[in-house]
Design a protein around this ligand. Structure first.
Ligand code: HSE
Length: 433
């Protein structure tokens, strides 16, 4: 099986290095010889001396996807526009594709998977989501006979690292982001990490596999962590919760609710214990019940593990060039018989509400009247000592609908007073883990 690589960044370099270091083991797992024959990168000098003998290095990407001897293309560039063109061309030339590019698949996955199905080729992407966690194979294979009811995860290591640093060490947001960049967790553009978009890309792919629905990035509502106030992290802790960036897709009565947003996670949940740059995913299926997967979410070496597993999967698929592995997102071609899908933004659940109030008689009464009028029951209540005549009142509600929350919001703002803060986060309910 002859392999070409697009890009020679950390992941590509780590993949070649891991392949070389573990070559005896890898060879023992397949009867198909695997050979790296071409690398294309903008700066070929980076790859010189770091690729196996006989592997041609150039700056010509098209030479990789058009090379008739190549069976498999590893797309490890991370670029969406050029990545799309190259992947489509590789597939039209009957080459399998392995990619870690979640933005590419989230935005153009349907087109790519349809082209792959037509060409009878595979697109494998274990390295695109939560690299050390084999979640793609879990959903595509191990849990394939389940009706999945929810998939809830911490899918972005950078934002989890930032929130952990803020919570455990009181570090400010900008310092923690710079630290995550230095440690190599962040995307080239860390905005995608902290604004929730990277997690939304990953969730798009997981939701498609879990619920057998088209890959539809535009259906995902996402919000990031940049506006989280240290004050809310501290109040959450006092109420036995952690603030986490939670990506979740779940079956609700109205359809599939799919979002990425800062969420209070109860300390008793395993997701609350996912610290630093780690990722965690909780899955509920009708047969397997609750399951929890934990591992690194970033890193060249960790991604190489997923990429090489995909390569071995292709090598062991029977046909001389890795053909015959079924369809890429499940067991039938895209566009046939997928679940009728409705996305709904409404959810029922508990909410954390913080209001900054004038610290004077009757302030709490006004808020409790608003809650009572909206038929919202209080689960926990906390008020701080107050400073400069202002005081924070924190309420965790019992389960309410998003509609109830929306209707009540203007009245809460009124009760808090003009210009006073009202902060609202969802609280994660029982997810079995
Ligand atoms: N930048 C990503 C993260 C890693 O921080 O999780 C690659 O997906």
């Amino acid at each position: 099986m002859k392999v070409g690589i697009l890009g020679f960044g950390n992941v590509a370099a780590a993949t070649i290095e891991a392949f070389t270091t573990n070559q005896d083991l890898i060879r023992s797992k397949t009867e198909t010889p695997i050979e790296f024959v071409r690398v294309a990168t903008r700066t070929p000098s980076r790859a010189q001396g770091r690729v196996p003998g006989g592997c041609v290095v150039s700056d010509d990407c098209w030479a990789v996807v058009d090379d008739p001897q190549i069976d498999v293309v590893l797309e490890l560039m991370g670029n969406v526009k050029l990545g799309r063109e190259l992947v489509l061309r590789a597939l039209s030339n009957s080459k399998h594709v392995i990619t870690a590019n979640k933005a590419l698949l989230a935005q153009h996955g349907e087109e790519i998977m349809q082209m792959a199905d037509q060409a009878g080729c595979s697109v494998l992407f274990e390295g695109a989501v939560a690299v050390s966690i084999p979640i793609i194979k879990t959903l595509r294979e191990s849990a394939a006979a389940n009706r999945i009811s929810s998939i809830i995860g911490i899918l972005n290591g950078t934002s989890n690292y930032v929130l952990s640093q803020m919570s455990e060490h009181g570090v400010d947001f900008a310092t923690a982001v710079a630290d995550a960049q230095r440690k190599g967790y962040a995307e080239a553009d860390p905005t995608l990490d902290v604004n929730g978009e990277d997690a939304a890309h990953k969730l798009t792919l997981l939701a498609s596999l879990a619920f057998d629905v088209p890959i539809n990035f535009s259906a995902v509502e996402f919000k990031g962590i940049a506006e989280i106030d240290q004050v809310d992290i501290e109040f959450a802790k006092r109420l036995a919760h952690q603030v986490k960036l939670i990506a979740q897709a779940r079956l609700e009565s109205g359809g599939i609710a799919i979002s990425v947003q800062p969420t209070l996670v109860p300390d008793r949940s395993m997701l609350a214990r996912v610290g630093g740059s780690m990722n965690g995913i909780s899955l509920q299926g009708d047969l397997l019940g609750p399951a929890f997967l934990y591992g690194s979410g970033a890193g060249g070496r960790q991604t190489s593990s997923a990429v090489l597993a995909d390569l071995l999967e292709l090598a062991n698929r029977g046909g001389p060039n890795g053909a015959g592995g079924g369809h890429n997102m499940g067991f039938r071609p895209r566009g046939t018989g997928q679940t009728e899908v409705r996305y709904c933004n409404d959810r029922v659940g508990a909410f954390y509400i913080r209001l900054r109030l004038d610290d004077k008689a009757g302030a709490l009464a006004k808020v409790s009247t608003v809650l009572a009028d909206a038929n919202v029951s209080i689960n926990s209540l906390l008020q701080d000592q107050g400073l400069d005549g202002l005081s924070d009142l924190i309420v965790i509600t019992h389960d309410i609908s998003s509609g109830q929350l929306r209707d009540m919001l203007p009245y809460l703002q009124q009760a808090a007073g003009p210009g006073h803060t009202v902060v609202i986060y969802p609280v994660l309910g029982d997810c079995g883990c």
